[in-house]
Write a protein that binds this ligand. Structure first.
Ligand code: FA5
Length: 343
């Protein structure tokens, strides 16, 4: 009788165990089969009524089913824990050794920053921003600027020629003719660009540097307009009083022509390598556009006149950011360049 009850208990436990799929269900099963009021405890109580000669065997059977149940519950508990761990690992984000560990943002080059700043200033004064190639022809770089072949003014810009007769733009003035022809008069435009000259480099001379050209053509344009725009630009860029001087300068494409220098902000005007010990830095030659240049650009010189300037953008960045040596700009040194704003 006892044997049959134990077999029935085994069968019931086996069936209910197979339904226990979670740790909570398993714990409930343990309490139901091994707790104080359970089939096992009932069997223990019934042992009292078993005849004496069968008691020992019946007791062993009850104990062995009790340990079987306890063992099965422990084993199933371990299995459920292992399955839960596996599910957690599978649902976790996959490790990818090729992904960058930390997002590192770059920074803008100081030339980009100064260029954008000056562009904003001129845009607010009604100028458009134009682009022009770095490889140009002789006509645009020189002849259209009143610098014919064999003119001594060509010696001022030691030029890199390429085999097909074209050349690397020595100054942004090379775009003047193209832009005059593109828009006609009246016209207000700036055109920044990289320039190349075969120069011996020092603290304020590079073989590759940036300029920003500007032209304004309209009726009744005079030197006063030129001085007004130059002053406005410099006071916006530096946002403080700086010493400026205007002196006569020769460029075949302007008449009259000027050199606009600023007092060196690296040494306060006392003289240092950045200003070749003069205390002044040549920053922005300018002048009234020569009638020959206007005519070549298709502009009616009876009606219109204009001014042009060629701002040394790299030198302006030196002064603005206190960079003592112009060669730092092209150094590619992340240590130096990453000090500038990243947005
Ligand atoms: C010119 O290039 C003229 N096209 C400027 C101009 C435009 C004059 C319109 C009149 C009217 P210049 O060679 O001086 O001029 O150069 C202009 C500016 O570019 C200089 O004042 C200087 O700030 C900068 N610059 C010239 N050469 C270098 C160089 N090697 N390294 C760095 N900056 C330079």
């Amino acid at each position: 009788m006892m044997k049959e009850k134990i077999e029935a208990l085994r069968a019931r436990f086996a069936s209910e165990l197979s339904d226990a799929k979670t740790p909570e269900a398993l714990e409930a099963l343990r309490v139901a089969f091994l707790g104080k009021k359970s089939p096992v405890s009932d069997l223990m109580s019934e042992l009292r009524n078993v005849p004496k000669e069968e008691k020992a065997e019946a007791g062993q059977l009850i104990n062995s089913v009790k340990s079987e149940i306890a063992e099965a519950i422990a084993k199933t508990g371990d299995k459920l824990k292992a399955e839960a761990l596996l599910a957690e690992i599978r649902s976790a984000k996959k490790y990818n050794p090729t992904l960058p560990r930390r997002k590192k943002s770059g920074s803008y080059h100081p030339i980009t920053l100064i260029q954008r700043e000056v562009e904003e200033i001129f845009i607010s004064m009604g100028f458009t921003v134009e682009d022009y190639p770095e490889i140009v022809d002789d006509y645009h770089c020189f002849e259209a600027l009143n610098i014919p072949k064999h003119h001594p003014a060509r010696d001022m810009q030691d030029t890199y020629y390429i085999e097909n007769g074209q050349l690397l733009k020595t100054h942004t003035s090379a775009a003047q003719n193209h832009i005059m022809r593109k828009y006609g008069a009246p016209l207000r435009a700036i055109f920044p660009g990289r320039c190349f000259r075969n120069e011996a480099t020092d603290a304020c001379h590079e073989n590759t540097f940036f300029q920003m050209e500007g032209i304004m053509i309209d009726e009744n344009i005079s030197i006063s307009n030129l001085i007004y725009f130059m002053k406005s630009m410099l006071s916006e860029v530096f946002r403080r009083d700086i010493n400026v001087r205007l002196r006569p300068g020769f460029f075949p494409f302007v008449e009259p022509g000027f050199e606009l220098d600023i007092s060196c902000l690296i040494c306060g005007g006392n003289g240092c390598p950045s200003c070749k010990n003069s205390g002044w830095l040549e920053l922005c030659p300018c002048g009234m556009i020569h009638p020959n240049v206007l005519r070549d650009g298709g502009i009616d010189t009876e009606r219109y006149s204009g001014f042009a300037f060629g701002l040394g953008l790299t030198r302006l960045a030196m002064m603005k950011y206190g960079i003592k040596d112009i060669r730092d700009f092209n150094s590619g040194s992340l240590k130096a360049l990453s000090q500038f704003r990243s947005n």
